[in-house]
Design a protein around this ligand. Structure first.
Ligand code: HEC
Length: 259
């Protein structure tokens, strides 16, 4: 009996592991890649906060500018690094070996991240960094336990604490460790996250909007033809509707004499 139970437990823990080590519920979002202003805001956030570490090496700056309706001159001034041309791919100068030593893992290219994970995963990931002094950078993440990335948007979102049996702070975590539970914060079941008052520059709704735009942009770079395909689809439908009217009139014309 004990063996059977052990096998069941082992099976379920391997299932959770396969799912990425976290069963944190993902927030659902409806992306809209026809919303050019949202994509432009996402591009701005990416170039300010992410481009220092993460490349978009399968996408040319020029393509992004054209698809998003950004003036090429502005793109060169605001986004394209000074040693690059607008026709270049969005690779970055950070050596991945050095980065792996600094962060424990190299920052992956983000061109396909929304495809590989899912837009919902990336959205929830950007919202669930929380204080965990047992981690080298002082933060952990709900959907990516033991993440090597710092919470680069912390000034905007504010400092988040996990609410467990009690609020985890830098001070009382040491007391907790002394209790010898042997579990790190990331392994403990702590439900919701709470932003510490006075640490955020943006309201919760503004931060959600910022991340939504960012994920919308990352989804677009993962499949830049989708925005175009959508436009073309509408024209095809309009054409078919128009064609139907003419076909119908023609049919009436032919059958007029038959009856
Ligand atoms: C200081 C460098 C740095 C900055 C800036 C940074 N990241 Fe990261 N990021 C990392 C590192 C390092 C990892 C790998 C973490 C690991 O594997 O533990 C990572 C991982 C990720 C992942 C998970 C990828 C995957 O599938 O495993 C996503 C998504 C991500 N970053 C998005 C962003 C976004 C969006 C921004 C801008 C708001 C950003 N990052 C800014 C260093 C950075």
């Amino acid at each position: 009996m004990k063996l059977a139970l052990g096998l069941v437990v082992a099976f379920f823990s391997s299932v959770t592991f396969a799912a990425g080590g976290s069963t944190y519920p993902l927030e659902q979002i409806e992306l809209d890649y026809t919303d050019k202003e949202s994509l432009q805001r996402g591009l701005a956030t990416y170039s300010h906060y992410c481009m220092g570490c993460h490349s978009l090496k399968y996408q040319r700056y020029e393509r992004t500018a054209t698809d998003l309706g950004v003036d090429h001159e502005i793109m060169v001034q605001a986004v394209v690094p000074s040693d690059k041309k607008i026709g270049d791919l969005g690779s970055i100068a950070m050596p991945s070996k050095g980065a792996a030593e600094w962060f424990g893992a190299p920052p992956p290219d983000l061109t396909l991240v929304a495809r590989k994970r899912s837009p919902e995963w990336v959205y929830t990931y950007m919202k669930t960094f929380y204080v965990d002094p047992s981690r080298p950078l002082g933060v952990n993440n709900k959907v990516f336990p033991k993440v090597g990335m710092p919470h680069v948007l912390e000034p905007l979102q504010g400092l988040q604490h996990a609410v467990c049996d009690e609020v985890i702070t830098r001070d009382n975590v040491i007391a907790q460790a002394d209790l010898g539970s042997g579990q790190s914060l990331s392994e403990r079941q702590c439900g919701s996250l709470e932003v510490v008052e006075g640490t955020a520059q943006l309201s919760a709704a503004e931060y959600d909007r910022l991340i939504y735009d960012l994920v919308n942009f990352l989804e677009y770079v993962g499949e830049p033809t989708k925005a175009k395909a959508h436009d073309i689809g509408i024209y095809v439908l309009l054409f078919l509707m128009l064609f139907f009217v003419f076909a119908y009139l023609l049919k009436r014309e032919y059958w007029k004499d038959v009856r």
